[in-house]
Design a protein around this ligand. Structure first.
Ligand SMILES: Nc1ncnc2c1ncn2[C@@H]1O[C@H](COP(=O)(O)OP(=O)(O)OP(=O)(O)O)[C@@H](O)[C@H]1O
Ligand SMILES: [Mg+2]
Length: 257
């Protein structure tokens, strides 16, 4: 008997026994080893770990830009076989097209998918408003600050209405103050769009500010991968005692104080 489920869950990620290694100077470098993890629809998962531990590799596999050696990723039950419109990727640099305006850049993803211009612009404007750049829709990338350009990148990713947002250190290139503002923006956008968010960051405070759970990739061969639940009300307060405790806990996992 087939049981039909009315409650179709969207943006659910299932990672099973994922392993990935690369050839390095004639040897195999194992980056991910039998990683299994479920990410719930609408969850915010932050990935932290030392440089070279495999954060970008994992994100690229989720995006369908790279393939694992073994194991699999399923999204809403279907195996990931390549890139798909259910996922949008945001990198550290927004990589905007310099000859297009903000509106042109944000609408671009829709237009290449064949959405008629008026409709594409209408939807693009909604997301430009969401990231707070309504006044700048006619500006060109060279006229924007780093934080503004990254907001355009976020709007562009959201415009195609993905179920899952994959972000690789999206705020890494920003100054400390802009970064905090953008963390607040990301928290708001994630809540309003009800999107599953999987984000790599090297900033432990940023991870605690944004995460439902933090995936800790230790990098060290013998060490265990860990998942840390961040059980704090939102919006979060970086100075609250429990927040500080989480930060100390995460730092200690990397031998930091
Ligand atoms: N295409 C590739 N070919 C060979 N080795 C690779 C390739 N991609 C990644 N690696 C290696 O795999 C390891 C993990 O790389 P990855 O980019 O996933 O690390 P990361 O955790 O994102 O690091 P960072 O914090 O510096 O961005 C590194 O040692 C890297 O050299
Ligand atoms: Mg990386």
């Amino acid at each position: 008997m087939t049981v039909l489920n009315d409650d179709i869950r969207r943006g659910e990620v299932m990672i099973r026994d994922l392993s990935k290694s690369f050839a390095l100077k004639g040897q195999r470098l194992t980056v991910l080893r039998n990683l299994s993890l479920d990410i719930a629809p609408g969850e915010s998962l932050m990935i932290v770990g030392p440089s070279g531990c495999g954060k970008t590799t994992l994100l690229r596999i989720l995006a369908g830009l790279d393939v694992p050696d073994s194991g699999e990723v399923r999204i809403d039950g279907a195996p990931v076989l390549g890139v798909g419109t259910d996922r949008a990727v945001i990198f550290q640099e927004p990589r905007l097209l310099p000859w297009l305006t903000v509106l042109g850049n944000v609408a671009f993803g829709l237009e290449v998918r064949g959405v008629p211009r008026t409709q594409a612009c209408e939807r693009a404007r909604r997301y430009i408003r969401l990231v707070g750049l309504a006044e700048f829709e006619d500006a060109f990338p060279r006229q924007l600050s780093g934080g503004m350009a990254q907001r355009v990148g976020i709007a562009r990713a959201l415009t195609v209405q993905p179920e899952i947002l994959l972000l690789d250190e999206p705020l890494g290139a920003l100054d400390a103050m802009t970064k905090i503002t953008m963390q607040e923006e990301l928290a708001r956008i994630w809540r309003e769009e009800e999107v599953t968010m999987v984000m790599v960051t090297h900033d432990l405070e940023e991870a605690i500010y944004l995460a439902d759970r933090v995936l800790v990739l230790p990098g060290d061969k013998g060490a265990q991968v860990a998942l840390v639940d961040i059980d704090l009300p939102r919006p979060r307060n970086r100075n609250e005692a429990r927040f500080v405790k989480y930060r100390q806990n995460l730092m200690a996992r990397f031998g930091l104080h």
